[in-house]
Design a protein around this ligand. Structure first.
Ligand code: NAD
Length: 299
């Protein structure tokens, strides 16, 4: 792996974290987004993020200064990618936006540049033909709060070159990730293949009035010694995303119980403005949610 210059496309929830983590580990990073106003917002978010690195990673001021020195910003796609060894794409999870992005990128990227998508639910084979370089294209999937939840799932498609795959595994390690190789394409990677059915089961217990969210979480936490139950996780993921995923499943399966989950999340949570940790209220109230209190598992 001989990567030096990385371009991160999209500076939203995940993109700006990927950019900062990569710059923190010594790579030159160009942050690309649709316009300069969005990039200005990203710059402000980097300053907030740097305090998390101080608190959680004991990052020194010198390390943070070096990180900021490694970051640059560009809203012209051709200029953003001109020296890139690797592009990490974190544009919205919308197939038409991603396809359009790859078609434009393919026209201006140097031949050497490897493309990696951070998609959560889509497959690299869906976009390979639009990249103009299927053998240099794969998925590199990070988790939210990348500096602490430092997983990188690496998933190629049928035509991904073995050396490209190996280089991206090495890169993931070089930016402090636990590299998790997948041998074949899998919708939802490993994490969401495990997590989504678990969260749906918890929501089923809730809509069927089997138990309330706190009791369900207590059962999981105490029974398995885990620090968070499914409803705390749903708050962290965000109720809007949980609702969107449930809606897709309800449409795909025509399951009546899934439809009741969709409806209940809408009327009892979203319509009340309870969107999870993003709004400070979901199944729990934040900061200092009940499940983090010492007496939560006591009686
Ligand atoms: P987001 O909506 O927060 O950010 C998307 C960013 O892309 C925005 O800054 C937007 O301005 C920019 N953008 C839109 N069109 C663009 C274009 N054509 N070129 C460049 N930038 C463009 O989305 P997000 O939550 O950061 O998700 C981005 C990707 O990361 C998705 O594929 C998502 O599935 C994946 N992901 C998200 C999470 C998460 O927890 N949010 C976790 C893992 C992976």
């Amino acid at each position: 792996m001989n990567f030096k210059q990385i371009m991160v496309a999209g500076s939203g929830v995940l993109g700006y974290q990927i950019a900062f983590q990569t710059a923190f580990h010594g790579f030159k990073v160009t942050v690309y987004d649709v316009n300069d106003q969005v990039l200005d917002k990203a710059k402000a978010k980097f300053h907030e993020l740097s305090t998390c690195y101080q608190q959680d990673m004991q990052a020194s001021q010198a390390q943070l200064d070096a990180t900021f020195a490694n970051l640059s910003y560009q809203s012209d796609l051709a200029l953003a990618v001109q020296d890139a060894d690797l592009v990490i794409e974190a544009v919205p999870e919308d197939p038409s936006i991603k396809r359009d992005f790859y078609e434009k990128l393919a026209k201006v990227a140097p031949e050497k540049t490897i493309f990696a998508t951070n998609t959560s639910t889509l497959l690299p084979s869906q976009f390979a033909e639009f990249t103009g370089r299927p053998e240099k294209f794969l998925a590199l999937h990070f988790a939210n709060r990348i500096w602490k939840n430092n997983t990188a799932e690496i998933m190629g498609h049928q035509s991904t070159d073995a050396q490209v795959y190996a280089d991206v595994v090495e890169f993931a390690k070089a930016i402090g990730m636990l590299a998790l190789p997948l041998h074949k394409e899998q919708p939802g990677f490993i994490i969401n293949t495990l997590l989504v059915p678990f969260l749906v089961s918890a929501l089923e217990l809730w809509v069927n009035d089997v138990a309330d969210p706190e009791t369900i979480d207590k059962t999981w936490m105490k029974g398995l010694g885990n620090p968070m139950g499914p409803f705390a996780i749903i708050d962290m993921v965000g109720i809007t995303t949980a609702h969107n995923v449930a809606k897709l499943q309800a449409e795909a399966t025509q399951s009546p119980v899934m439809q009741r989950i969709v409806d209940k999340l809408k009327t009892e949570m979203i319509d009340q403005g309870n969107l999870g940790t993003p709004t400070g209220k979901g199944f729990y109230s934040y900061p200092n949610p009940a499940f983090e209190q010492a007496d939560f598992l006591k009686d």
